[in-house]
Design a protein around this ligand. Sequence first.
Ligand code: AHR
Length: 626
Amino acid sequence: KLTINATKAIADVQPTMWGIFFEDINFAADGGLYAELVKNRSFEFHQPMMGWKPLSKEGGSVLIENRYQTHPENPRFANIKVNGSYGLVNEGFRGMGVRQGEQYVFSMQARQADGAPLQVSVDLVNEKNEKIGGATLGRIGYDWKKHSITFVCSETAEKAKLQIRFEGKGVLQADMISLFPQQTWKDRPGGMRKDLVQKLADLKPGFVRFPGGCIVEGKDLANRYQWKTTVGDLDQRKVIMNRWNVEFPHRNAPDYFQSFGLGFYEYFLLAEDLGAAPLPILNCGMACQFNTGEVVPLAELDPYIQDALDLIEFANGDASTKWGKLRTDMGHPEPFHLKFLGIGNEQWDEQYFERYKVFEKILKEKHPEILLISGTGPYSDGQMFDAAWKELRTTKADLVDEHYYKSPDWFFQNASRYDNYDRTGAKVFAGEYAAHGKEKPDAESRNSWFSALAEACFMTGLERNADVVHMASYAPLLAHVEAWQWRPDLIWFNNLTSIGTPNYYVQQLFSNNTGKQVIPILQDEKAVAGADSLYASATIDRKAGRIFVKLVNSAARPKQITLQLKGASNQNAIISTTLHADDLMAFNTLQEPQKVYPQKATLTAKRGELQLEIGAATLQVLEIPV
Ligand code: AHR
């Protein structure tokens, strides 16, 4: 028998409780959320022609020129000499996903450098090299100019390619060669993939943490994430190698670069679109520590701190300020209402603490309104966390970021992790977590129902302790099935479709069913935190007149439960949503996306009691009217 008392509130649940962690890992941005279909559009990858090939050996040639002195941000362009018929083909990000009947916008910056005007046409071709769309561009003049043309695609293809053909005799110079679907999220030109943003919106996240993860740090400081190089005109955003450009077996991504088509402005906008608080994380003067990365000397930390100050101005300043003006010029005169700022990603040890403290001193002085997030490093056995907390408790950090990628067992056992946490001072931001279990060859296999079940148990513990846990986000968020470096992930996609994992539906059930206050749900006067394989949390939204209960049975047998409801008057039409799979190792794939999928039912309580059978290995969420 479990008892819920709706008249008693234990703690407030922060509106930021359940958020999302975005990092450009697994082709999450370029090749994923960012809907650009052309890979290496400005020839800035380390091998300038990566992604491109000439269509023929004859009829012309291509040479990449570098004008570093005059265009340091985007130095390269293609110099295409044509004598008859010549062309280039772009392979896209593991191909280009295009849809029948949809419009595509081709554009490039170009000029005719020599000879008679060339005829330029573009064709989309399918896997069999058959034309499935295209158009001929108007005349290219002798000055650099952006040329655009729109055409309709006649066939759906997951791995289309783009061909650009030149006819005549002359030289054409081209840069920023781009192809976008016209239909993007909110139909913004050059925008984001609709299906993927919709999946994020369906989570109703309380915050969006960006831009990572390890890419904040970079393998070295030269390749750290620098937000200022990601805003302003697209062709001024300096392409760099992605930190996840790695050479693991099966995870090869030598073509992984950051175009920054999705930069800080777009991330702020995304957070705004999703109704979520923006949560940027900045480099703290340290590269990735895993391979004994480099650090900047304390005496040279100023530019890093200035980046933080300028970011606050970019997000919140008005048009009379330098960075507020840039945001205004980019199309957003209203502030982005930045409230949180993370200093460093997954950093630890004294090098971190001493750098964090310098940031804190200046930021707290100049921007006391901004809540600062500091880190603890990755969770190993807890000792490092304890040492970090000890140190950070001597600072004014508002939130402390904990990361744990552990076994499902760890998550089952840690459902009461926060029950005895120190309630004073900094609050917890569980900034990256995921249960890492067994895997099969399928990319999506590590996202088993078992891993999601373990996370659900753990998350009841986060919610029960909402007075100390203010934010939490699963990580990583997105992964391309043919270009991943890390698994499990929350959402898998290919060039055309995307699926939610069992872990995604757990996140969704928690974030879509959260009240404003925690209320007690007790068994024999004790929290339901894993005794007899049962886990539970309950919250209430008094204004909306709803109680939300999460129950998880991790046992291999169903359980009969009597739920006593104190203070809930209207107990008809209780909406019950269950998530379950008979096979604990079941996982969703692009081909079978709903093997583990929420099922809804309506239940009725009698005389203040609800009789319930909660299935084996099941998460059950109840929405009870009050
Ligand atoms: O989420 C994947 C990686 O895990 C993140 O980039 C990093 O912060 C952590 O080590």
